[in-house]
Design a protein around this ligand. Structure first.
Ligand code: ZN
Length: 92
């Protein structure tokens, strides 16, 4: 019987074969949700969805795109925002 804290479904069960040949169950927390654009809500590309201790192993450049607002808004919304900042849309 697993420890009481592992009996809840908030822990993902992962079956692993260990070097001795035994099959054991590892308990892992689930994956976090993917990052989304702050304007349109689309999933952001180039932003890993991992637990903080896994993200801490990555370099800063591996955590979000290296451009203004990278990891906050998507490329489409950024392109539109820059365009509208330079040439505001005509309001009728
Ligand atoms: Zn967007």
């Amino acid at each position: 019987m697993p420890r009481p804290m592992y009996r809840t479904r908030s822990w993902r069960r992962v079956i692993r074969r260990v070097p001795g040949g035994d099959i054991i169950v590892h308990y892992e927390k689930g994956r976090p949700k993917k990052a989304r654009c702050a304007i349109c809500g689309r999933e952001l590309r180039g932003v890993p969805a991992s637990r903080p201790y896994e993200l801490s192993k990555l370099a800063k450049t591996e955590k979000r795109p290296e451009r203004p607002y990278g990891g906050v808004i998507c490329a489409k919304c950024l392109a539109r925002g820059i365009r509208e900042a330079i040439r505001p849309p005509l309001v009728s």
